[in-house]
Design a protein around this ligand. Sequence first.
Ligand code: NDP
Ligand code: 2IT
Length: 449
Amino acid sequence: MHLKNSYLSEVYSIAKQKDPNKPEFLQSVLEMLTALEPVIEKHPGLCKKGVLERLIEPERFVQFRVAWVDRNGDVQVNRGYRIQFNSALGPYKGGLRFHRTVTPSVIKFLGFEQTFKNSLTGLPLGGAKGGSDFDPHGKTETEVMLFCQSFMSELFRHIGASTDVPAGDIGVGNREIGFLFGQYCRLRNISEGAMTGKGIFAGGSLLRTEATGYGLCYMAEETLQQLCGQSLAGKTLVISGSGNVAVYAIKKAQEFGARVVAASDSDGYIFDEEGIDLELLRQIKETERARISEYAVRKPSAVYTEGSEGIWSIPCHVAMPCATQNEITLEAAEMLVRNGVTALFEGSNMSCTLNAVRYLQQEGITYVPAKAANAGGVAVSGLEMSQNAGHSSWSYEKVDRILKTIMKNIFAQSYEMSAQYGSPGNLLMGANVAGFVKVSNAMRWQGVV
Ligand code: NDP
Ligand code: 2IT
């Protein structure tokens, strides 16, 4: 992508100069600046007071040592991170990722994206992210607990219910949140909503577990109806991943009447012509924590193929990448289009490379970027914070109703911005602009801080 506006181009040069070795971060900055071009041309005032120069610089980025002892009595050392990117809209908020591919660049792009995603939800939430290069695969439960306790022994001094509220992401689910939250309460001698995604018995919200996947399908349904007069019903879907987001996207898509024929993990993918048997998938991935290849061993209609990228060669109407960043390369996008895809909704953060997005848009594929499409998770995290603050717990129906409303509002704001700036239906541009405008207004209102 090439920036025509000289000011935006200068801001991008600053980012490149300061972070030459952070490719994922630079990619997310370039996506945002490209989306802002028509806006800045019309309203240069939005960028007054150094808003963009300040936006690309996180307010705080801590890196710390996480030492722990494994099952053999050997000392292991990992790196922990928390980036508090922007607090213009409210307390820092964003998940923790435990995966061997976690680097400062990954944390930084995730924190940058989170700022605008949280803005789109309409809730008073700033942007943050964190995590570690710890790899939970193959670890015993005790090892995971000891790691989480060590991680929190440093993180606790940076977070709090009104300061910074972490949640889950890749490798951090209900089990890890429990270990982390337990250690937080112990160290602070306080029980407060300093994390979301908690167990229901410990101040968690109903529907938080399902929220990202359900929200993704609510967004898909709304977009298909509004832009194409269509629905998920009767469509064939390919959904990558088989973790939290993928599982609940499959569940809701099936409830909408779609046929989901594929899922994956980091080793490979399964194709099941009869449609994914969700109970079997959950038994294997959630209960047994086994590999997805096991699904094909137990289900005769399914075929397992080694290598997760091949999943995008399966013909489908709608693709929902729900594993990790840049899983849709230009080649994957070309395969999808050749095989008749008409829409792609990003469940994983920054699922597509910049080339892939550009190609999908050129081909007229309906596309919703992650910051709009997967905002349901953090939205329900925001609702969990409200329930904690009010010492209350809301019904499943109430949370689901608000989640649906938030996803519809995100579509509406994004569409409105895309139309206002001359590309109706370009939700990449619309979502980025809608997220940015609120943060920019709040930053200018607060003066130079
Ligand atoms: P999980 O850890 O529950 O699941 C991740 C899934 O993706 C697993 O199936 C994993 O396979 C697979 N995966 C991870 N890395 C890779 C890789 N490099 N290549 C192929 N497959 C991979 O995480 P979530 O479901 O929570 O997160 C999935 C995506 O959704 C992430 O991008 C996350 O940032 C995003 N997201 C999550 C939200 C949440 O609330 N949890 C909210 C919004 C976005 P394996 O089992 O082999 O590790
Ligand atoms: O990427 C994300 O939005 C998340 N991992 C969820 C963050 C949250 O605070 O619930």
